[in-house]
Ligand binder design. Structure first.
Ligand code: AMP
Length: 213
């Protein structure tokens, strides 16, 4: 099962991806997470990506395509995977098709999580993440039991640098201009599975599982 999770920032891709990992036993491959790990470890890639991420812009296509090309070669991807946050441009989607067709493979389904724009700003600016285990929270919709601490592991909760209001606005614009065309791209290929992204986390998950059959 080779999946792509598509949707604007704040649609809940990361949350749903973690639940899908548990259900289907396939790895979540998030280019955003890989870039943030590189940033934390101050690698050359992380340092290069930082200025784009801080501005809410996309990291250049060739950088993320290289990351994905390598990652998909790993043993744990051979029985399937879930791409979260990649592709984000038509050029990335075309590169992915080329990489996969050279390996006699392809994408099976593209889950498009749909959330209206006016809902996204509040979701993103209230988002908090555990520094240790990556669990996500929201200060209003899904708060941790003890403020600032993760329910799962007790780790410190932090706000992503790019979840402030100014950067969020750029990220939403970038999504509309550069990523939204992928809806049409995958629709034409017959791979698009739209899912309503409003409601409880579990309800959205059930909808995804049902469109995957
Ligand atoms: P995310 O965690 O998916 O919201 O990604 C955070 C940031 O990482 C984005 O705003 C981009 O700067 C960068 N990024 C993640 N995935 C990609 C991608 N596929 N193409 C370009 N930039 C990306």
């Amino acid at each position: 099962m080779n999946l792509v999770l598509l949707g604007p920032p704040g649609a809940g891709k990361g949350t749903q991806a973690k639940m899908l990992v548990e259900k289907y036993g396939i790895p979540q491959i998030s280019t955003g997470d890989i870039l943030r790990t590189n940033l934390k470890e101050q690698t050359e890639l992380g340092i290069k990506a930082k200025k784009f991420m801080d501005a809410g812009d996309l990291v250049p296509d060739e950088v993320v395509i290289g990351i994905i090309d390598n990652r998909l070669k790993a043993d744990d991807c051979q029985a399937g995977y879930m791409l979260d946050g990649f592709p984000r441009t038509v050029a990335q989607a075309e590169a992915l098709d080329k990489i996969l067709s050279e390996r006699n493979s392809g994408i099976d389904d593209v889950i498009s999580i749909e959330v209206p724009n006016d809902e996204l700003l509040g979701r993103l600016t209230g988002r908090r993440t555990c520094r240790d285990c990556g669990q996500g929270y929201h200060v209003i919709f899904d708060p941790s039991q003890k403020e600032g601490a993760c329910d799962k592991c007790g780790g410190e909760l932090y706000q992503r640098d790019d979840d402030n209001e100014a950067t969020v606005a750029s990220r939403l614009e970038v999504y509309t201009e550069q990523t939204q065309p992928l809806i049409d791209y995958y629709q034409k290929k017959g791979l698009l599975r739209p899912v309503n992204g409003l409601g409880k986390i579990q309800e959205i998950f059930d909808r995804i599982v049902s469109v995957l059959g």
